[in-house]
Design a protein around this ligand. Structure first.
Ligand code: GLN
Length: 290
């Protein structure tokens, strides 16, 4: 069987389930490139090369996984975020393009010529911490997560992007294990779980059945993590320090309430015009009744 035939057959199998993907051919092609560890250029140059029986068997395994709604990224083991290639496993949320807005917003607010100190809460694959470290060459970052498996992936990603020496990876429930008595941080960033548990059935099975529930859900309202995180962040930030949070669909009003007393509360839309990032500055002195 040639490369081209293998892709055509697999694409037809994937397309047979309309809920699986709108991009059956692209998925089939990506999985072949991954299985054979070849580039798209090679595929285009030699579409009539034959798969060996072993390669064909491996390709069929990858296609079966996809038919079980496993995200392509867990099968190939990687996802690009902010121009950086990151390893991902089912232990971590697959970084989303929406989260790039959060990184971009934080980069606009922080100086590149000072040694700023940051925290990334719920770092997962390390996406946010690593993107910030790459673009803020003098920053030192504490990246926390409850999941040791996630921290191992994040650390590996940091090493591959040469920023592991400036990121401390720490198992911690929010800021519990972070030394912050000195109110030392210039910015605290987080893309916490924010989906209401009751929305579970509205999620695509690709997400619901394969991505870590601990990275997705935050109680009945989806606000549980913000309720704990925002007061903790207040204690750990420097005066004028920045809090930057990704938020879920329809959560702007609730976040406005939770951020009462903070300065410069701003929301940024994602490309679908949904408010996706909440920004705020810690006032000095803090007065919740202001
Ligand atoms: N910080 C990681 C990301 O943005 C993980 C977020 C999460 O698991 N909720 O991709």
């Amino acid at each position: 069987m040639t490369f081209r035939q293998a892709i055509t057959n697999a694409a037809a199998e994937l397309a047979a389930n309309p809920h699986l993907s709108e991009h059956a051919h692209r998925d089939a092609e990506l999985l072949l490139l991954h299985t054979l560890q070849i580039s798209r250029v090679t595929l285009i140059a030699y579409p009539d090369r034959d798969l060996s029986p072993a390669q064909d068997a491996l390709y069929q395994i990858a296609i079966r996984r996809r038919i079980q709604f496993e995200p392509i990224q867990y099968i190939t083991g990687e996802q690009e975020f902010y121009g950086l290639r990151l390893h991902v496993t089912p232990a971590v949320l697959i970084p989303r393009p929406e989260t790039e807005h959060l990184v971009e917003a934080v980069l606009k607010l922080l100086p590149t010529d000072r040694g700023v100190k940051l925290v990334d809460i719920g770092t997962g694959s390390g996406a946010i911490a690593i993107a910030l470290a790459v673009h803020l060459p003098l920053a030192t970052i504490t990246a926390v997560d409850l999941s040791l498996d996630a921290l191992a992936i994040a650390e590996q990603n940091a090493r591959e992007h040469n920023v592991a020496n400036r990121i401390q990876f720490l198992p911690s429930d929010l800021l519990a294990a972070v030394e912050s008595h000195g109110k030392t941080f210039d910015a605290i960033v987080s893309n916490p779980p924010y989906i209401p548990t009751s929305d579970s059935l509205t999620l695509h099975p690709q997400v619901r059945e394969h991505e870590p529930a601990a990275a997705l859900f935050a109680g009945e309202t989806g606000l549980d993590l913000y309720r704990r995180l925002i007061p903790e962040a207040l204690g750990a930030l420097k005066p004028n320090g920045i809090l930057a949070l990704e938020i879920g669909h329809g959560q702007q009003q609730s976040l406005t309430r939770l951020l009462a007393g903070w300065n410069d509360v701003t929301f940024l839309n994602d490309l679908q015009q949904i408010p996706r990032v909440a920004l705020a500055r810690k006032p000095n002195p803090f007065d919740p009744n202001r």
